[in-house]
Design a protein around this ligand. Structure first.
Ligand SMILES: *[C@@H]1O[C@H](CO)[C@@H](O)[C@H](O)[C@H]1NC(C)=O
Ligand SMILES: [Zn+2]
Length: 191
């Protein structure tokens, strides 16, 4: 009887595992080495778990639909951020492609350069593409939400975080009207 109770309790526990625990295992991160990143010029440690997640679009480069195209987009953004903007590295903590893969930028523990007012208290995620009038594909949106869930599971993003679009903290159209309207319905979106 006692053994049966334990088995039932375990079965219930397995069924009640939050969705995000299983989604965390679905996040496929393409490392800096895999996309051919340059070394950063310097880094500042990010205090985690952060209280905010900021969503961006790249605008340019446009959407990428394969790992090789997204790796090219990552190198192009990194070159622009380092050579033209004079930043230490690609600005974003992560980027997500229309291939459904996550590309490591500065990662979970390095402060980004993506939204000056909140760089020190946020993870910046860029959905590669111009999402002003078209929507990212479902795989790109899902990968982004899975990445946020992963950050909550691994203690890098506060569970009670605020999710905001770049335009809410800086005068910009980013992350594009269509993507911004989509994230307004996401958990933790903060008006
Ligand atoms: C982004 O999309 C908008 C709307 O389709 C278009 O007007 C604009 O030229 C595009 N910009 C880039 C850089 O692709
Ligand atoms: Zn932005």
């Amino acid at each position: 009887m006692f053994k049966l109770a334990i088995v039932l309790a375990l079965a219930c526990f397995a069924h009640s595992l939050p969705t995000q625990e299983s989604e965390t295992r679905n996040v496929q991160i393409i490392t800096r080495a895999q996309w051919g990143a340059r070394a950063p010029n310097s880094r500042t440690t990010l205090a985690t778990p952060v209280p905010e997640v900021i969503i961006h679009h790249s605008f340019s480069p446009g959407a990428c639909w394969s790992q090789s195209a997204c790796a090219t987009a990552m190198r192009s953004m990194q070159n622009h951020h380092m050579n033209t903007n004079g930043w230490a590295d690609i600005g974003y903590n992560f980027a997500v492609g229309s291939d459904g893969l996550v590309y490591e930028g500065r990662g979970w523990t390095t402060q980004g350069a993506h939204a000056p007012a909140v760089n020190s208290r946020s993870i910046g995620i860029c959905l590669i593409g111009n999402w002003s009038t078209t929507s990212p594909p479902a795989v790109q949106l899902t990968a982004t939400q899975n990445l946020i869930n992963m950050g909550m599971s691994n203690g890098r993003i506060q569970r009670a975080h605020w999710l905001r679009g770049h335009r809410q903290v800086t005068a910009t159209d980013c992350p594009g009207n269509t993507l911004f309207n989509t994230i307004r319905s996401w958990p933790n979106f903060r008006a």
